[in-house]
Ligand binder design. Sequence first.
Ligand SMILES: *Cc1c(COP(=O)(O)O)cnc(C)c1O
Length: 376
Amino acid sequence: MKKIQMVDLQTQYERIRQEIDNGIRQVIESATFVKGPQVTAFQEHLEQYTGVKHVIPVGNGTDALQIALMGLGLKPGDEVITPTFTFIATAEVVALLGLTPVVVDVDWETMNMDIESVRRAITPRTKAIVPVHLFGQCADMESLMALAQEHHLYIVEDACQAIGAKYTFANGETKQAGTIGHIGCTSFFPSKNLGCYGDGGAIFTNDDELAARMRAIANHGMVVRYHHDMIGVNSRLDSIQAAILDAKLPHLDEYIAARQKAAAYYDKAFGNNDKLLIPGRQSHSTHVFHQYTLRVIGADRDKLREGLAERNIPAMIYYPVPLHQQKAYLDPRYKDGDFPVAERLAACVLSLPMHTELDEEQLKYITSNVLELVNN
Ligand SMILES: *Cc1c(COP(=O)(O)O)cnc(C)c1O
């Protein structure tokens, strides 16, 4: 059996080696390392794939979130609502810009932002909501968009884990993750569902004015060369990463299908076990399984993880500490117990190996060992 990894990028590369190598070689031979034609080509292909009007390639997903908030022109003291159960970047950029992060609890089943908690957190200072499509499934966007409209708020989707996920509204309209709110952000970190071979990210929007502003912000606030209309940053997707992404994008749907197939295998194995809860589904969203995350409710999660490690099965805890309990983000507004679902999840989640190359032999080995360990 092939060694089991959380993510197997080597085997994935082997399958498309030719396309990737050609793309990289072209960049090197033309020496168009920055702002090369590969970046524009990938941008256009991603616009076609997602159906969004503007894709703005940037340096990474965290930059995408920061530039999005800068593009909205938010001011210090403005409140931005984020879930407390997420990767730190979501709130980090809020804090860095001098905005006030307001954290809310999540839903036990989907692990995404809980809408009632969002509603309660809205104040006259609230300016934006940043839903995270955690682990690859869209948050309840129908409710969030309605709340945003009612209270005149911006929605910035953190779609770093959910590229390609599809959300269907009650009226039957379907949109992709990251293209629903005013702005969407994604990451091309190597292990993400569409990963490059270094750092990369992108911003999505259908708003022409916002797009122009964010494009300028990502380029030192420059519209006309060496004329700086606003304070910006330097954040670009380099041409080699764009070439790699352009080679991988035509495979994204297969990659998603492979992840969904592995998830279905896990679901079947664990669905009837009373010590494990499989990921809950939102009926309006597809799940692209950036992670397959179990809730371990009838066994010791950490012992299970150790037992798996002894059998050469990696498993990870995403995320062990909610935002409101992180040292750098401790805040007198919040105390332990304020976000009971997030705290409970942090104590019981366990993500299993999930990638595009898992084969049946590996899946069988993983599931049988998980079951043996929890049942003993
Ligand atoms: C990966 C990720 C980010 C940050 O992306 P980088 O490209 O690593 O900066 C932000 N939010 C979430 C939810 C992520 O998973």
